[in-house]
Ligand binder design. Structure first.
Ligand SMILES: Cc1cc2nc3c(=O)[nH]c(=O)nc-3n(C[C@H](O)[C@H](O)[C@H](O)COP(=O)(O)OP(=O)(O)OC[C@H]3O[C@@H](n4cnc5c(N)ncnc54)[C@H](O)[C@@H]3O)c2cc1C
Length: 462
């Protein structure tokens, strides 16, 4: 029985259609032996950084690779938008840890890209129209450090997981943080932790908080946008945009993938669908994924972060400011594009429940709420923005959230289970499959390289 015959048996009509359409390797009628050194046909689902990294690596080793991408652009959650004129990163913005070992930094050097070091200390926090002075900010930082050091100790001895909100509450009591300082410290905590994990403190596991690793060195941003990296890296790849994958069929002889534009078959497939998309069931696996993987999917969580880029005629905020916030309004911060360029854009960054609530509102209403915050902060005549762009990552059917986090009771081991190959035909990559650097661009990139390596080893074990 050939691969096609077998796949037709397991998947019925959709695979008959596949046979009619032909795959990326229509002439390969005999199943790969696993020791053959012939070119392998490999389909990569998703042209985000994980898929592009995998495809680049496989192509460099002479394999036939086709990427199937649902959107009309590549990059996925890396998205530099130019609808306002200036480049604005509506997805990933910071390259975390630009020091030794970060593979994205190697690409930045290779492509000779301009970048700027981020200054997270440059925070302008407003309360009742006044800027909170530096000495008071230092106290917030100090208190937060004390509390988080306490959480690190506490979580080691937990018999049962608790949320970060509960852990911080406990520590505030123990450390006797004064109520007057609590608001400022909490603003800082929410800014640091919620933004990092794209979830509310009440949703985040205390046990697994801060268990992921980082590369050394400062975070950097790109004045011309993060998308440059995926654009440059994807040069020459065969990417089929506007191909929405609806079904993935697999068996020991190979893989067949159905899209809304036709069907494809191959020896192997790398699935880089975001966690939220896998959880939604929008893409059918045939046969279904192993119970262990399904259980892992159930125990993982996708966080939400949204951005609203407000483009003004002229800046009305301190032009040197990087980040601005409004006490006690937590879970919302404004990042100025001025340190990165000359465009007067403020990017409002919201996470967790606020970000999800924004998705239920019309753009005008979201902008009006943000303008209310800015007017409360500055207490002056803050002008209306001339245009804006609003993201909805949670509602995006091809992302279904911003990035993964470990919920209360969850575990980072689930990321490893999500990554496990199935039948040595389906391989999984994407930020949520990385146990060490989840939720990041570099984590997604490394997961793509790992999936490619797995296939190369199978295809050519010597
Ligand atoms: C608002 C926001 C801010 C962020 N900030 C940072 C940051 O500052 N630093 C950082 O390191 N990380 C950040 N991240 C996270 C980072 O962007 C992601 O971890 C990383 O880009 C994920 O890459 P990926 O390849 O795993 O997934 P994706 O980029 O999501 O790629 C998956 C691809 O699959 C496609 N797809 C989905 N469904 C289908 C289908 N049915 N058929 C075909 N194709 C499909 C999608 O369109 C997408 O292109 C941020 C993310 C968001 C949303």
């Amino acid at each position: 029985m050939t691969r096609r015959q077998f796949l037709t048996l397991i998947s019925g009509a959709s695979l008959l259609f596949l046979t009619a359409c032909g795959g990326i390797s229509p002439t390969a009628t005999s199943p790969p032996t696993g020791t053959s050194t012939r070119k392998q046909d490999i389909l990569v689902v998703g042209a985000g950084i994980a898929g592009i990294a995998a495809a680049t690596s496989l192509r460099e080793q002479g394999q036939n690779v086709v990427l199937l991408e649902a959107k009309d652009r590549i990059g996925g959650r890396i998205w530099t938008d130019r609808s306002l004129g200036p480049p604005v990163d509506l997805g990933a913005f910071w390259l975390h840890g630009s020091g030794g070992g970060n593979p994205i930094m190697s690409l930045v050097d290779q492509f000779n890209l301009d970048y700027i070091e981020e200054d997270f200390e440059d925070l302008w926090l407003y309360q009742d129209g006044e800027v909170v002075d530096g000495a008071e900010l230092d106290v917030y930082f100090r208190d937060l450090k004390t509390v988080l050091d306490g959480v690190r100790e506490l979580k080691g001895g937990l018999s049962q997981d608790i949320s970060m909100a509960t852990a911080i509450d406990k520590l505030m009591e123990t450390e006797g943080i004064a109520a007057t300082l609590e608001q400022g410290m909490m603003w800082r905590a929410l800014s640091e932790i919620q933004v990092e994990y794209a979830a509310d403190l009440s949703q985040l596991s205390a046990r697994y908080w801060d268990e992921d690793l980082t590369f050394p060195g400062n975070d950097i941003t790109f004045p011309l946008g993060f998308s440059q990296i995926v654009q440059r890296l994807s040069n020459g790849l065969d990417i089929r945009k506007r191909h929405v994958v609806t079904e993935v069929s697999y068996s020991s002889p190979g893989v067949a993938i159905t899209t809304d534009q036709g069907a494809f078959d191959a020896d192997y497939a790398i699935i880089t669908l975001p966690l939220g998309v896998l959880q939604s069931g929008d893409v059918e696996f045939n046969p279904g994924l192993p119970p262990k993987k399904l259980a892992a999917l159930d125990s993982m969580a996708m966080g939400t972060m949204n951005k609203v880029a407000l483009h003004f005629e002229e800046p009305f905020w301190p032009t040197e400011a990087h980040c601005l916030g409004n006490l006690p309004e937590s879970g919302l911060e404004f990042w100025s594009s001025l340190p990165h360029g000359t465009f007067p854009v403020l990017v409002a960054l919201s996470v967790g429940q606020r970000a999800i609530r924004f998705e239920t509102m019309a753009d005008d209403a979201v902008v009006a709420e943000l303008m209310g915050s800015l007017r409360h902060m500055f207490r002056t005549d803050v002008p209306e923005p001339k245009d804006w762009v609003v993201t909805r990552w949670h509602g995006d059917p091809f992302s279904r959230g911003a990035y993964s986090y470990v919920p209360v009771g969850g575990s980072l081991e689930n990321n490893e289970v999500l990554e496990e190959p199935v039948l040595n035909r389906l391989f999984f990559a994407g930020e949520a499959t990385n146990q060490v650097y989840p939720g990041t661009v570099h984590g997604a990139y490394l997961s793509g390289i790992r999936a490619a390596d797995r296939i190369l080893k199978l295809a050519n074990p010597n």
